[in-house]
Design a protein around this ligand. Structure first.
Ligand SMILES: [Zn+2]
Length: 468
């Protein structure tokens, strides 16, 4: 995802700011933005929206009955909040169903384990699979091991995620481990959960199978159980695991991206795109992942509307369907709006928990950089640092950016995120009003200023070209 764009964007010759002194926000606009920042800080709408979603809907795994309830909730909530336009766009994907999931160490020390099936896994036979465990420190280490060590065994990838920065490093063991293990003759795979916690909850998450290799069952055990299993293995005798999983594919399912828009006054067809993903995993109630992102962005737009400070361009909030099992909502949005990338003034998704926002990066044409600087001036008192001009807008908007959409990266503080992420412990009680409110306030200021900006931020192929 990291392209080196920033230096190219600030080279002289592309920009002509000195000749165009009007490319700044007016004094009055700066005052309005500061007013939004201060007034929204005293608001608790994001907290209320998230309370509503987690209480009235709860788990909403893509393709489950909770998915349909979440779509109905979102449509009704947008209307209740006074959005000018509310609509749905279909998103079709293969659904997956969780079933029984059980594991126990059968020898040398019999103990039950706390595990969960990974999303998209196949089932074990009815009687389960019992086999010896073979431990590896990482996916990489397993891929280097000879097949003779693995054949007929259950692979245990014991890769501990040490900090929130290591998700990208550790997650391939979850997403690709099963096929790599199957290639070497493993009968199942059980990984240490991808999470930074030390509680006894397993972390689920999606995995996929390569087409050219057998499909073996895949599960994750809690960090505490992984520690214990590793201690057993250290004693030097073979350690056997019995795994029972009854998950199954559940056919094709159509959910929806649910969209609410506040209409702009002068350029209503151009819009600032914000949002989060509406689906969650099924173990918790999806408070931090990603009810928070939905609530933050819905509340940001609602605050602007409620206070009658309509910007020139529209503000569009998209609650994406099925992010968790393969970014299906983001892909469907791009497919439906591919020919109108230039209408997106700026894109920014919230999908890393409850906030606060700690940094603002941009991806805009050079002429707009003075405006970004002014936006940062307004946001700095919230504790937000300036970023580079190489922003990534979030998972569901990543493809839009690759298609040239001007983007902002409003970085959320993820200190608690990977303790809770994809576990039964992702629940509303973890949400701190001051944190989520700061994030909603940031999104309100950002969305209003981007929608009010005197010039386009440059979405389109020209932006991509200039950045190469
Ligand atoms: Zn998420």
């Amino acid at each position: 995802m990291t392209l080196l764009l920033s230096s190219a964007l600030v080279t002289p010759g592309f920009a002509n700011d000195s000749a165009n002194k009007s490319v700044v926000f007016t004094e009055k606009e700066m005052q309005t933005a500061a007013w939004i920042r201060d007034a929204a800080r005293a608001d608790n709408m994001s907290y209320k929206i998230l309370e509503s979603l987690t209480t009235e809907v709860g788990p909403r795994m893509a393709g489950s009955p909770g998915d349909a309830r979440a779509v109905a909730w979102a449509e009704a909530k947008f209307k209740e909040l006074g959005f000018d336009k509310v609509w749905k766009e279909p998103v079709t994907f293969p659904a997956w169903k969780r079933g029984v999931e059980k594991a126990e160490i059968t020898a040398p020390f019999q103990q039950p384990l706390v595990i969960t099936a990974l999303g998209n896994t196949v089932a074990t036979p009815d009687q389960g699979i019992t086999a010896e465990l073979v431990e590896f420190a990482s996916l990489k280490e397993m891929m280097l091991a000879p097949s003779e060590r693995i054949r007929g065994k259950i692979v245990f990838i014991n890769h501990k995620m040490q900090s929130s920065n290591e998700y990208g490093l550790v997650v391939p063991g979850r997403s690709k481990g099963a096929s790599e293990a199957a290639r070497k003759g493993a009968v199942a795979i059980v990984i240490r959960s991808v999470g930074t916690d030390s509680h006894r909850f397993p972390h689920t998450g999606v995995m996929t199978y390569d087409a050219d290799v057998a499909q073996i069952p895949a599960a994750a055990m809690s960090n505490s159980d992984a520690d214990m299993v590793a201690r057993m293995i250290k004693r030097g005798k073979p350690v056997s695991l019995k795994l029972e999983i009854s998950a199954s594919a559940a056919g094709s399912y159509t959910s929806y991206n649910v969209i609410g828009e506040m209409t702009g006054t002068e350029l209503p067809n151009e819009y600032v795109l914000i949002g989060g993903h509406l689906d969650s995993w099924d173990l918790g109630t999806g408070a931090i992942d990603d009810g928070a992102g939905c609530a933050i962005t819905m509340a940001a737009a609602e605050f602007i509307k409620r206070n009658g400070i309509k910007p020139k361009r529209s503000i569009r909030v998209v609650l994406f369907a099925n992010e968790e099992q393969g970014l299906f909502g983001g892909k469907a949005y791009l497919a439906a709006h591919q020919t109108q990338i230039s209408k997106i003034q700026a894109a920014a998704e919230a999908d890393l928990g409850q906030g606060p926002v700690t940094k603002m990066a941009s991806f805009v044409r050079a002429e707009a950089l003075p405006l970004v600087k002014q936006m940062h001036t307004v946001l700095a008192p919230l504790g937000i640092e300036p970023g580079d001009n190489n922003a990534f807008p979030g998972p569901d908007m990543g493809d839009l950016r690759m298609a040239g959409a001007a983007s902002f990266g409003l970085a959320l503080k993820a200190d608690d995120y990977f303790n809770l992420h994809h576990t039964p412990d992702d629940t509303f009680d973890k949400i701190e009003p001051a944190r989520i409110n700061q994030a909603a306030t940031t999104y309100a200021v950002f969305a209003w200023m981007a929608a009010q900006a005197p010039i386009s931020f440059g979405s389109g192929v020209e932006l991509l070209k200039a950045s190469k």
